[in-house]
Design a protein around this ligand. Structure first.
Ligand code: G3I
Length: 345
């Protein structure tokens, strides 16, 4: 049978996965490596390219894990989505501590960011297909204030201009990589609920940046969904992508998973309606991506429940079952659904 990756390429669509380097290197877990290599046409580092991973000690870059992933991709003829150059999470402790105690000034911080982007993009020049340049810069309706705004460490310390700067620095370092703005809760438009506002905000932000000549090539929609929120609507998800595409940029689903609450016994039974709801949501995003020409890739945020960020993060109530293979690497309904979407598109 053909892999998701191979089926995707029939439609010029890359189907990718985030890769957990510890799992990839676990000699007792060969199936992880086998599936990561064979089933996908694109890979993303789940953590290995984040600033805290790359420069744990000021001035000393540790490239081992990130290099390994880039090599792995090359060996398996996969494209690489670089993740992530500018984010407020997983920053090195020396950086956040230095800003907090005032030993790193605003001016120095901006220079550190410029150097970081330049160093990382330059190292992988020509080897990265898409870079997530700026990640999650926009607040959510449940934040304070509830009016959408630029949130987090970078906006607080440098002001929103860091976004334009980051794209310019990335472009200068590798003119051929596609530069993405990446965020969550922008997957659908037209529901009338507050998620529309964030999609609109990101749309307007990118429009404004493009008007200023900022080199931004794509908008990444993460796709962290949950069955407890009901099923996404194909028309609304397609609408969100089309509105982004109408700005003249590429689009992608960059971190798709669909979690469920694990409160009942028998959670892993095939008859579980959550498996069906999960499959339906995975499929809605895939159908939308297939329907919009600008949608270049569909990446799952981990492919097996054996290695997923979800159980670690959501424990009250516990959540899981968020990926397309179960803990024993058996493909779930979602996997088969994605395949049939790709076959019958
Ligand atoms: O580095 C330590 C390691 O030394 C230690 O052994 C281990 C034990 O728990 O923890 C390790 O750090 C963890 C790291 O993942 C690597 O496994 C962190 O505690 C944990 O917080 C971190 O979680 C990651 C999360 O981003 C943190 O922000 C998840 O794996 C990763 O899937 C998640 O990915 C993000 C995307 O980058 C952006 N969009 C949202 C998405 C989900 O949160």
């Amino acid at each position: 049978a053909q892999s998701l990756g191979a089926l995707g390429l029939r439609h010029k669509l890359h189907v990718g996965t985030a890769v957990d380097m510890a799992a990839l290197n676990d000699a007792n877990d060969p199936e992880y490596r086998r599936l990561a290599a064979s089933e996908f046409s694109s890979v993303t580092a789940e953590n290995a390219m984040k600033w805290e991973s790359l420069e744990p000690t000021r001035g000393t870059y540790d490239w081992a894990a990130a290099d390994q992933l880039v090599e792995f991709a090359k060996r398996n003829r996969q494209s690489v989505r670089g993740h992530v150059l500018v984010w407020h999470n997983q920053l090195p402790a020396w950086l956040t501590a230095g800003v907090a105690d005032g030993s790193i000034s605003k001016q120095e911080l901006r220079e550190l960011l410029r150097r970081h982007i330049t160093t990382v993009v330059n190292r992988y020049k020509g080897k990265i297909w898409q870079w997530d340049v700026v990640n999650e810069a926009v607040s959510d309706p449940w934040d304070t204030p509830s009016t959408l705004h630029y949130k987090g460490f970078w906006a607080q310390n440098l002001g929103p201009d860091y976004i334009a700067d980051a794209f310019r620095w990335a472009r200068a370092a590798d003119p051929r990589a596609l530069l993405f703005y990446n965020d969550y809760n922008i997957e659908a438009f037209g529901s009338g609920n507050p998620a529309d506002d964030k999609s609109q905000f990101v749309h307007d932000m990118v429009k404004g940046l493009l008007a200023q000549g900022v080199p931004i090539d794509g908008i990444g929609s993460q796709g962290h969904l949950g069955t407890q929120y009901g099923n996404y609507d194909t028309l609304q998800v397609t609408a969100a992508l089309k509105r982004f595409a109408a700005l003249g940029v590429a689009t992608a689903f960059t971190e798709v998973d669909v979690r469920s609450e694990l409160t009942e016994p028998g959670d892993s039974a095939e008859i579980n309606p959550r498996l069906q709801a999960s499959a339906a949501n995975f499929s809605v995003l895939m159908k939308a991506c297939l329907a919009v020409r600008s949608c270049l890739s569909y990446t799952v945020w981990g492919f097996s429940d054996r290695h997923s960020w979800v159980p670690e993060w959501f424990d009250d109530p516990p959540q899981g079952m968020a990926t397309i293979y179960d803990e024993n690497y058996q493909p779930k309904r979602a996997y088969h659904e994605l395949k049939s979407d790709l076959i019958f598109a």
